[in-house]
Ligand binder design. Structure first.
Ligand SMILES: NC(=O)C1=CN([C@@H]2O[C@H](COP(=O)(O)OP(=O)(O)OC[C@H]3O[C@@H](n4cnc5c(N)ncnc54)[C@H](OP(=O)(O)O)[C@@H]3O)[C@@H](O)[C@H]2O)C=CC1
Ligand SMILES: CC(=O)[C@@H](O)[C@H](O)COP(=O)(O)O
Length: 306
């Protein structure tokens, strides 16, 4: 992948591997001035400033694919007004209403049963812990240059509104659609063109002929401790977000393999980021070193818990 993205005949790269695997290819592509349609969220979580630096320096482009950043991107088209607030929607995952005391005993099968989206295992577990939502806040912070304190998350169980942007006059724009990645993928690949889709079966359409609710609920921090942990860690800068992402990758795998409980995902990540000795995150070498250390440390913590 590292070499393939640099081939002269490649103009757009769709980065859609899971986890840290996409980091080096994404950086290589940006260093070649290519456009990267970024679905793989971990690279921008691990190395947001470096990716943006490469985009600026080498003239490439990062095109959001993840549905929430894509929604924000679509909402800001043609707008010159300052953004007052980003409102990122979260389904709340499969355990949104489960009594908190039952969460330690949930099985991987239950956690993989996402209420609205069909996705790979890593992101589905991240949706259940809301680590995924923290990742989207981080992505959006770097992609749209919006201060942390101006990005909010609201639970919206239907996943019909993919995110919203509030402008300084108070107007709020939202992007809606059925939960399908086809539109965000197409939007990034053909940007700035809105491609005509004559065949409705390709991109599902919003059905307004049936009654549909659009609910908003406040996020419960005690249900989703990974959310605050991820943002507090990332806001410390340096290699903290790299360690966070690596620890989460190990912890999610360990949960899926039956080595730790669902609620231990938080414990593993917390332990790793609390013992991390950060360095400036200015080079790929620094990121790889942090990723390697955090992966080993997370495996050690999993071993102790398991
Ligand atoms: N699924 C979704 O709807 C969304 C996903 N995303 C993001 O997109 C990324 C992918 O998610 P998703 O599609 O759900 O994940 P999946 O697990 O379904 O797919 C991941 C793909 O990445 C490949 N892959 C993983 N590691 C490597 C590697 N080292 N080298 C080459 N290929 C590799 C896998 O190949 P193999 O099968 O051979 O292991 C697989 O094809 C994640 O970062 C996720 O957060 C973002 C928004 C929505
Ligand atoms: C499809 C997509 O873009 C995911 O990020 C999705 O939004 C996850 O759903 P949650 O809102 O449950 O995290």
């Amino acid at each position: 992948m590292e070499d393939m993205v640099c081939l002269p005949e490649v103009d757009v790269i769709m980065a859609a591997t899971t986890g840290a695997a996409g980091l080096q290819p994404t950086l290589n592509a940006l260093r070649q001035g290519k456009a990267v349609a970024l679905s793989n969220k971990e690279p921008i979580v691990m190395a947001g400033p470096l990716l943006k630096d490469y985009e600026r320096k080498y003239g490439g482009a990062i095109l959001p694919v993840d549905s929430e950043p894509s929604a924000i991107w679509q909402c800001i088209q043609g707008e010159t007004n300052e953004i007052r607030r980003l409102i990122i929607t979260a389904s709340g995952g499969p355990f949104r209403t489960m009594p908190l005391e039952e969460m330690a005993a949930v099985t991987p099968e239950q956690a993989l049963n996402h209420p609205t989206w069909q996705m790979g295992p890593k992101i589905t577990i991240d949706s259940a812990t809301l680590m995924n939502k923290a990742f989207e806040v981080i992505e959006s912070h770097w992609l749209f240059d919006v201060p942390w304190e101006n990005i909010e998350v609201v639970v919206h169980p239907q996943s019909t509104i993919h995110s919203m942007v509030e402008f300084t006059d108070g107007s709020v724009k939202a992007q809606l659609g059925p939960p399908s990645m086809r539109l965000p993928i197409q939007y990034a690949l053909f940007y700035p063109e809105r491609r005509r889709n004559p065949d409705d079966s390709l991109i599902p359409r919003l059905d307004t002929s049936i009654a549909q609710a659009l609910d908003f609920r406040p996020m419960e921090p005690e249900r989703y401790p990974c959310f605050d942990l991820a943002l507090a860690t990332t806001r410390q800068g340096k290699t903290y977000p790299t360690a966070l992402s690596a620890a989460d990758e190990v912890a999610v795998n360990a949960f899926l393999n039956g080595k730790i409980a669902f609620t231990d995902i938080y414990r593993v990540v917390e332990s790793v980021v609390n013992t991390h000795q950060p360095t400036p995150a200015e080079t790929l070498e620094a990121l790889v070193a942090a990723d390697t250390w955090a992966t080993a440390e997370a495996e050690r913590v999993v071993g102790k818990l398991g």
